[in-house]
Structures are given as structure tokens and as C-alpha cells.
Design a protein around this ligand. Structure first.
Ligand code: AGP
Length: 616
């Protein structure tokens, strides 16, 4: 969950590195640091706090050189202090290293080296790795770049855990060494200059020709070129990819926050999730990326959906969708649970893992565990070259464009849209009639314009949000397809406004939750006019009877009873029940956003969080 950038070329490294690390700030932002090499001397600047603090420190005390590395941190080991900020150095002070990941056996390695007289300045696992590499290199009388790469190899074979690293050494100007296992690392190919980064958004302003490193690969990078090898010392082929993303994709597009821009993109991103995947002729969805024939899909007897956070909530909607449209037993499980649970899965179980970033450690591990047991495992990802996308047996890309705001928004509605397509496809090769399939396709094609109507509700939602922005506790309640939306709405609110929000099935109120109801605790009911509308009404009555403020999401023209009971009512356009989660979730995205803004919270970079959780 940290961000790394490296540069080697003819230009001054510092401005390129600082601009690049800013574009990765969503990956972690509790401290930042930079190291450059000039005339045989490595200069380092580190600051606690946002990257602006580092930029100010460098402005006060500039550093030069055309080789450098930079890092923004989300603390895993060690407090948020300047000493624990990266880059870290080895015992000699000639090597500097930045790292994304967790070295699990760092304590034993540290103790071993302390026994040899090493002194550590920080509490981090990263500094241990820097010393381990320097220790291996300094044992050799021969001091060549090949020996340095071998020292990196030797150190990496000694560590357990995950890493994405960039290393420079004062004896080797114009050289960066990169290596990865479990944390993403991409090499950017410029003209007479090369880049290394945790993800392409840091370097897309300079090049769109990139090489994605695979696990256990090491890159030796100079201004003249690069070579790839493996930790085991074998050669490795490099595949140059042209990045689809453009620099403006990573900007705010005139919006005050990435999150607001990404909320407003959803009519387009939902349309993009369906583009080229609807067949009127066959009244079904076409998903070639599943790499499965209809016969293989028909043989599937059980489906497991897995993910973390928002992706898990989308998976929960998928469970209802697939059981409703295809009648296949389906269950969803948190990836962090699935990876350790000995879930009985027979050979005809199909697993889907959902992940916007495609790098979430728990989801990646759940996928690898499922594949290890021989189950076909498909990914629903946004990041095309992500580890999950590359290691899974196939899947469906979200095509939502980069999602920079830490709070997931368009990724949720894209994932749910794709799950509708999957459920449609599975249903149509089983018992779903062509008439029913055709109707769903028409409803899907009308969906972007319904989303546009919901996006126009922002001013109404903003007013409701401001009225309730100072609540300390908030309950979100829904049923069936909108129960996962209750969980998602609560997650949105808590992660950017820090309000203690929780989501529940509406009927669970009387099983304990209603004890929390009081005049200061608003209850948000997601109550579109669906099959259980009257049941939701009863739950609302229960809350009203106890004096709890009620905010409801209802359906235009079909919510007279709701209007009598609620303090605030937001009406979405009438929509098929299976598609309401896409519309109701957008309302709750706006709701959370405007409360966070009202409270002065940092919407795009909320405290303690990072966009991509690449550590356990
Ligand atoms: C949601 O708003 C959070 N950003 C977080 O729960 C996120 O959904 C989760 O970490 C999964 O991320 P992924 O989709 O990239 O795997």
C-alpha cells in the first residue's frame, strides 16, 4: 500500500520523482522520502505527513542528480516518524532502497545482523532488507553491477513476505535495480530514460510503453536500457505493453476531488462495462474473457464470489443475481476469510475474485489458494495488467478507467453491472427464456440514462447530507439486492467521514440493532418500490415509533406511504429490482461525499487508509 517511483536518464530526477509520487499519494500518505545520486553521493530527504511536506523540504534544501528513487508510505511496521520513512540505507550508507510490501521474517534477520554489529535507525522491515543487500554486496571483493544484482538476489532469497523495491548505490551512477514479489512494479520505457513505479499513473505523463514485472523478477535499469532476470538467476523475457490510460485520466477533470469526478463518470463507466458484451440476437451476454465454453459453464454446479471491502459488497449483489437468474447455488466470502477457510469446493465449483486494483493481497491469496485446489478462478478487475488479471484463468475487465479516490465508487457499479451480465449469460444457458433475456438487455441499455437522472439528484442529496453531517452514529438498512448496498453505504460514509456507520438487513432491526435507535441516530433505509417494499415500510414504522430520524431512498411516483414516514426522502427513477443497487449506491456515494466535505475531511485521502491494500 505504498507508492514507489524511480528514475534514471538525462534529466534532473527530483522534479520527475516528486511529480510521480504525487500521483501515487492515494496509495499511502503518512510520510514520504526521496533519494538522488550525484557525483558519487546519495542525498536523502524525508518528511512525515503529506507529499507537500517533502516538496517543501526539498525546496528548502535541494538535491540533484539524474538517478533517484522516491516513496510515499502507508505504515505497516513502525510508527509514522521521519526515521521510519523511506528510503532506507544499508550499513555503509552507500545503498538506498524503497519498498512496498511486508518482510515477514525481518525480526530474525535484524537480530542476526545486530549480532554482527549492524545498527538500525528505524523500526521498519525495509531497513533490514537494505542492510541485508548491503551486507551481501560488501562481502564481495569484486564490486561490479552484476555483483550488486547478485547481492539483491541473495537477500531476496532470504526474505519471506512481499516486496516491490527500487535500489540505488553510490558506486553505480545511472543504475536502478527493481524487484517484485506480491507488490506491483512497472518499468516505463522512455527515450534515453527509464522509470520504475508501483503503478502506471506515476509515469504515464512520460511514457505509455511499459513492462509489468512478474513475481520473482529483477530489473537492472540504466539510461541506455534494461535487462530482466529472476531471483533464481535465470533470464526473463520482457513484454512491452502500451498503456491505455492517459495523463488526464489521472487528473480531477475540474472537480474538487477525484471521488466526485469518479461518481459523475458512472453513466459512462457502466455503459463501458457492457460495451460489446450484449447480444440482442441471442438475448444474452457475450463474455469471451471467461475462457469457458457454454458446455463448461453449464457444468458449473456452484459459484463462489470473493473480494474485500466494496468488491465484497458487489459480490454480495452477485450472489442474489446469479441465484435469481441462473438458479446456481452461489455464496460470497470475504477474501481474507476464503484464503484460510477450508471451504468444501467440489470440482464443478467456479470461483470469481473481484478487485478494482487487481493487487489486493487477500484477494490475490484467495485466488491463488483456489487455483492451488484446482478450481477455475476468474477475475473481475479494473487494472488490466494487474497480478490478479494476469494470474487468473480468465475474467471480465471493468474498463472503468483509473479509480484514484480511496473510496471506491465507479468500481462498485461496474462490478455489479458485470455480475448482471454473468448472471444473464449463466441463466440463458440454463432456464432463462430468450424473452426474459431480451428484457434484461433492454433494461441494461436504458441503465446509463437512469444513472444520469440519479446524478442530477446531487443537490437534493447534498442538502440531506448537510442536515445529518454531525451525527455520530448512522444505520443503513436494506433488503435483498439492497442489503449489500446498506453495507456499501455504511462503508462509504465511515471511510471518508469517520462516522460510526453500520449496515444491516432491515429485518435485523428487531434482533438487536434497534437498540441503537435514538433521536440523534439517523437510519438510512434503501427502500425502492420492490417486492419487499411493504416490509421495509414496517421496519421504518418501528424506527419512527422510537423517535429515530429516517432518511429513505424511494422510487419516483411510488413512495406516497414512504413520504409520510420519512424526515428526508430521495427518489430515484423507477428501475427493475435487479438494477436498483446501481442507482441506490450512487445516491449513497453522494451522501457520504457531501457529509465528508461538510465535516472538512480529506475525501480522496482519508486517514489511516490507502487505495490498494497490497499487504495482509
Ligand atoms: C472501498 O471504498 C475501499 N477503498 C476498500 O474497501 C476497497 O474496496 C478494498 O480494499 C478492495 O480493493 P480492490 O477492489 O482494489 O481489491
Amino acid at each position: 500500500m505504498c507508492g514507489i517511483v524511480g528514475y534514471v536518464g538525462r534529466a534532473e530526477a527530483t522534479p520527475i520523482l516528486l511529480d510521480g509520487i504525487r500521483r501515487l499519494e492515494y496509495r499511502g500518505y503518512d510520510s514520504a522520502g526521496i533519494a538522488t545520486l550525484e557525483e558519487g553521493v546519495i542525498s536523502i530527504r524525508k518528511e512525515v505527513g503529506r507529499i507537500d511536506k517533502l516538496v517543501e523540504a526539498v525546496a528548502r534544501n535541494p538535491i540533484g542528480g539524474t538517478t533517484g528513487i522516491c516513496h510515499t508510505r502507508w505504515a505497516t511496521h513502525g510508527k509514522v516518524t521521519r526515521e521510519n520513512a523511506h528510503p532506507h540505507q544499508d550499513r555503509s550508507g552507500k545503498l538506498a532502497l524503497v519498498h512496498n510490501g511486508v518482510i515477514e521474517n525481518y525480526a530474525s534477520l535484524r537480530a542476526m545482523m545486530e549480532g554482527e554489529g549492524h545498527r538500525f535507525l528505524s523500526q521498519t522491515d525495509t531497513e533490514v532488507l537494505a542492510h541485508l543487500i548491503g551486507r551481501a554486496f560488501d562481502r564481495s571483493a569484486v564490486r561490479t553491477r552484476e555483483v550488486l544484482v547478485d547481492a539483491v538476489r541473495e537477500a531476496l532469497t532470504k526474505v519471506t513476505g512481499t516486496y516491490g523495491i527500487a535500489v540505488i548505490h553510490s558506486e553505480f551512477p545511472g543504475l536502478i535495480i527493481g524487484a517484485r514479489r506480491g507488490s506491483p512494479l512497472v518499468l516505463g520505457i522512455g527515450k534515453g530514460e527509464y522509470f520504475l513505479a508501483s503503478d502506471v499513473s506515476a509515469i504515464v505523463a512520460h511514457t505509455r510503453d511499459v513492462v509489468y514485472l512478474n513475481d520473482y523478477e529483477i530489473a537492472l535499469i540504466t539510461a541506455e536500457g534494461f535487462t530482466l532476470s529472476t531471483v533464481q538467476g535465470e533470464g526473463a523475457a520482457s513484454h512491452v505493453t502500451k498503456v491505455e490510460m492517459t495523463e488526464e485520466d489521472t487528473g480531477k477533470g475540474g472537480y474538487p476531488h477525484h471521488m466526485l469526478k469518479e461518481i459523475h463518470e458512472q453513466a459512462r463507466t457502466v455503459a463501458d462495462a457492457m460495451r460489446g458484451r450484449l447480444s440482442h440476437e441471442e438475448a444474452t451476454a457475450k463474455l469471451g474473457g471467461l475462457n469457458m465454453s457454454n458446455a463448461e459453464l453449464r457444468a458449473v454446479e456452484r459459484i463462489v464470489l470473493s473480494g474485500c471491502g466494496t468488491a465484497f459488497h458487489a459480490a454480495m449483489v452477485g450472489e442474489y443475481l446469479i441465484e435469481h437468474l441462473a438458479q446456481i447455488p452461489t455464496e460470497c466470502e470475504y477474501a481474507s476469510e476464503l484464503r484460510y477457510r477450508n471451504l468444501p469446493m467440489t470440482k464443478d465449483t467456479l470461483v470469481f475474485v473481484l478487485s478494482q486494483s487487481g493487487e489486493t493481497a487477500d484477494t490475490l491469496a484467495a485466488m491463488r489458494e483456489s487455483r492451488r485446489k484446482g478450481h477455475r478462478t476468474l477475475g473481475i478487475c479494473n487494472n488490466v495488467a494487474s497480478t490478479i488479471a494476469r494470474e487468473s484463468d480468465g475474467g471480465v475487465y471493468m474498463h472503468a478507467g483509473p479509480e484514484i479516490g480511496v473510496a471506491a465508487t465507479k468500481s462498485f457499479t461496474s462490478q455489479v453491472t458485470i455480475l448482471v451480465l454473468i448472471a444473464l449469460l449463466l441463466g440463458r444457458i440454463r432456464n432463462l427464456s430468450s424473452a426474459a433475456g431480451g428484457r434484461i438487455i433492454e433494461e441494461l441499455e436504458a441503465l446509463p440514462s437512469l444513472i444520469e437522472q440519479v446524478l442530477k439528484l446531487e443537490p437534493v442529496i447534498e442538502r440531506v447530507a448537510k442536515r445529518h453531517a454531525h451525527a455520530k452514529v448512522m444505520l443503513f438498512l436494506g433488503r435483498q439486492y439492497n442489503y449489500p448496498v446498506a453495507l456499501e453505504g455504511a462503508l462509504k460514509l465511515k471511510e471518508i467521514s469517520y462516522i460510526a456507520a453500520s449496515g444491516h438487513p432491515s429485518a435485523e432491526l428487531k434482533h438487536g440493532v434497534i437498540a441503537l435507535v435514538n433521536p440523534e441516530t439517523p437510519s438510512v433505509f434503501i427502500a425502492p418500490h420492490d417486492t419487499l417494499f411493504s416490509k421495509n415500510l414496517s421496519n421504518i414504522e418501528e424506527v419512527k415509533a422510537r423517535g429515530g430520524p429516517i432518511i429513505a431512498i424511494g422510487t419516483e411516483g411510488r413512495s406516497e406511504e414512504l413520504a409520510k414516514l420519512c424526515d428526508d426522502l430521495i427518489l430515484i427513477p423507477d428501475a427493475p429490482e435487479i438494477l436498483t443497487p446501481i442507482l441506490t449506491s450512487i445516491v449513497l456515494q453522494f451522501f457520504a461525499y457531501h457529509i465528508a466535505v461538510e465535516l472538512g475531511c480529506d475525501v480522496d485521502k482519508p486517514r489511516n487508509l490507502a487505495k490498494s491494500v497490497t499487504v495482509e
